[in-house]
Design a protein around this ligand. Structure first.
Ligand code: QAP
Ligand code: CO
Length: 169
């Protein structure tokens, strides 16, 4: 097991578009385990491979209250979406900032699990928001992209400043 380093906005690597997973081997399952460990330790409710500088279409999440419902989605697709909902979002790659984002309220998802088996299910509420947020990462997109340029640039400046302070302390 290993904790992985999480990239922070505005790292340009977070803009990488991830490639589909084609091989479901022990190395992939090890990466999935390391991503769960990294997400639970943070703690967070979702983590995309992009955030740990692995540019493949893989995300892990657990939106349960107890943190006992791990779910891994590989090559995920949203095959149906309806309704709208606005929720406060945060991101392990944008630490300390939370803003409202509008997303589809109800989605139907098709993906593969870590053995390569196809899964299909419906999601709503926090689970649906989390899947949409994490799938955005796989396309190089961040929740701050939905905010005004002014808000996004304020967040960018604060994170750049914090990083400089850490580097010099
Ligand atoms: C995405 O986000 C998400 O700022 C997952 O200091 C968030 O796990 C989907 C976190 C909200 C739906 C709703 C953020 C941890 C964790 C921080 C996360 C922080 C420490 C964020
Ligand atoms: Co995120």
């Amino acid at each position: 097991m290993a904790l992985l380093n999480i990239l922070h906005f505005p790292d340009p690597k977070l803009r990488t578009v991830a490639k589909p997973v084609t091989v479901f081997d022990p190395d992939l399952r090890q990466l999935v385990r390391d991503m769960f460990e990294t997400m639970y330790e943070a703690p967070g409710i979702g983590l995309a491979a992009t955030q740990v500088d692995r540019h493949i279409r893989l995300l892990v999440m657990d939106v349960s209250d107890q943190g006992n419902n791990p779910r891994c989605l590989i090559n995920p697709e949203i095959i149906e979406a309806d309704g709208e909902e606005e929720m406060d979002e945060g991101c392990l790659s944008v630490p300390g900032f939370y803003e409202k984002v509008r997303r589809a309220e109800h989605i139907r998802v098709r993906a593969k699990d870590d053995k390569g088996e196809t899964i299909e299910f419906e999601a709503e509420g926090l689970e649906a928001v989390c899947i949409q947020h994490e799938m955005d990462h796989l396309d190089g997109k961040l929740f701050v992209d939905y905010l005004s340029t002014l808000k996004r640039n304020r967040i960018r400046s604060k994170l750049v400043k914090q990083k400089k302070q850490k580097a010099s302390s």
